[in-house]
Design a protein around this ligand. Structure first.
Ligand code: GDP
Ligand code: GDP
Length: 452
């Protein structure tokens, strides 16, 4: 599991700037469900070797009456679910009433989580005297940064994550990456339970589907106590295979949580994706496909997870309507043409059994072992059919390929100048490997290495 860092502060203090710096080109997931009054962005951060989920909670003014009113419920939830809260203030503004109100609110939460006060925009000013002003409302230590230029950010992250290192060994990437590869070779994936996360926006039918799946199977349910951000883990068996359903909808806790939107948590969804082997993404046929659905798919693929897409509520639609939905899906899901698409009715159970065929297929694709000989042979065929382009007047030469890990499959290609291959040729190779290996539902990562 990755730790979660929430960025909190008034508008214009630099939250988006910091968010963008931490997530760089990675896709941000923008929550766009009803009931949300402000933009909230979720991203996978990878900065200076630190990996975590970062949440931009949107602007909180804090100068309106009652901070609880001002902070939308989802904003509060994001703070509650975070391991670390970065409270940003603007060094150039000095302490404002809004800052004070936010500080007051965060002070109450400080027992449960780490709050760091971050003084942004210290570039080009006397940072010491600018920051001195903030000690009056500081919660713990005060950090000075310039999000726009990156100054101070690394030190800030180091302070944030040091205390979390024991709880979250994954936070620092690079550590043990090699041994992980080796370990993968020894894992018998078929003997392990398949972790299947069921995710989707509020009201798409996750609970209905989970109940439907569980209703058909004999299950032992453990309801582990936890916070709102914890999913429920449900072990189950189906056709000889052991599964662990990662239930983000909180089926077993129903009744205690009344509103669908309130039980929905983006952080929980992202954590579930991180933990799963295969992610079942549910979309609502009646809403066709929303940007947030696409964001979820993008996030799962970025995280290297295998996916299966289920279009739910396929009951009671006219044929014309169905055709129209299918055309729209074709148009917008072109970028994941390797993922299986199912049309189901969780309510009536139609098509639910077949989902598992695709889940199995995706898992098998993600964990299948392929020899160096076979990978090199496929690479050579690809190279013969379509020569790599010239780079600075010299032809790129692919020499051999081997597996660099599974789940998701990673293929390492060695050769001269291969790191300079244009993106179009890299994509060609990925697609070629995908077809030749029959990999379905799972992203393939290709890495290039040159002799040093
Ligand atoms: P948000 O509303 O809190 O998300 O704030 P933004 O990230 O949109 O930033 C607000 C403004 O502050 C923008 O014009 C940024 O370019 C500027 N800004 C952000 N970080 C820095 C910084 O480190 N130094 C300076 N000088 N300006 C910054
Ligand atoms: P969740 O928020 O994703 O867990 O969604 P729920 O499972 O609570 O379902 C939201 C609403 O959609 C409920 O009223 C369900 O009865 C309805 N629903 C779920 N699946 C189906 C389906 O296959 N067909 C139809 N017509 N309605 C469904």
């Amino acid at each position: 599991m990755l730790p979660v860092v929430a960025l909190v502060g008034r508008p214009n203090v630099g939250k988006s700037t910091l968010f963008n710096r931490l997530t760089r080109s990675r896709d941000a997931l923008v929550a766009d469900f009803p009931g949300l009054t402000r933009d909230r962005k979720y991203g996978q951060a990878n900065y200076d070797g630190y990996q975590f989920i970062v949440v931009d909670t949107g602007g909180i003014h804090g100068d309106e009456e009652g901070i609880d009113e001002v902070m939308a419920k989802q904003s509060l939830q994001a703070i509650e679910e975070a391991d670390v809260v970065l409270f940003l203030v603007d060094a150039r503004d000095g302490v404002t009433v809004g800052d004070q109100a936010i500080a007051e609110h965060l002070r109450k939460q400080q027992q449960q989580k780490k709050v760091y006060m971050v003084c942004n925009k210290i570039d080009g000013i006397d940072s010491q005297s600018a920051m001195a002003d903030f000690y009056s409302i500081a919660l713990g230590s005060l950090y000075g940064i310039a999000a726009a230029h990156g100054r101070g950010v690394e030190q800030l992250l180091e302070s944030c994550f040091k205390p979390l290192a024991d709880d979250y060994p994954e936070v620092i990437v690079g550590q043990g990456e090699v041994s992980e590869d080796l370990a993968h070779d020894e894992i018998d994936y078929d003997a392990l339970p398949l972790k299947l996360a069921i995710v989707g926006r509020p009201n798409v039918g996750k609970s209905t589907l989970t109940n439907r799946i569980l209703g058909e199977e004999r299950v032992v349910v453990y309801d582990l106590p936890g916070t709102t951000r914890d999913s429920v883990y449900i072990p189950m068996q189906r056709d000889e295979r052991e599964y662990i359903l990662i239930d983000t909808a909180g089926v077993r806790r129903r009744g205690r949580i009344d509103e669908s939107i309130e039980k929905y948590s983006v952080v929980k969804t992202l954590q579930a994706i991180e933990e799963a082997n295969v992610v079942l993404i549910i979309i609502d046929a009646r809403e066709t496909i929303t940007d947030q659905d696409l964001n979820l798919i993008g996030f799962a693929l970025n995280a290297g997870r295998s996916i299966v897409i289920a279009v739910n509520k396929w009951d009671g639609l006219s044929n014309d309507h169905k055709e129209e939905i299918k055309r729209e899906l074709d148009r917008r899901l072109g970028f994941v043409d390797f993922a299986r698409l199912h049309f189901i009715s969780a309510l009536h159970g139609t098509g639910v059994g077949h989902l598992f065929e695709s889940v199995e297929e995706a898992y098998a694709s993600a964990t299948r072992r392929v020899s160096t000989a076979k990978l090199t042979q496929i690479m050579e065929m690809a190279q013969e059919e379509h020569q790599p382009p010239l780079v600075s007047g010299r032809r790129v030469k692919l020499k051999y390929a081997h597996a660099g890990g599974y789940n998701p499959p990673r293929i390492v290609i060695h050769g001269s100048q291969v790191t300079k291959l244009p993106g179009s040729y890299q994509r060609y190779l990925i697609n070629y490997f995908r077809k030749a290996l029959g990999v379905m539902g799972t992203p393939i990562k290709v890495e290039f290495r040159e002799p040093t």
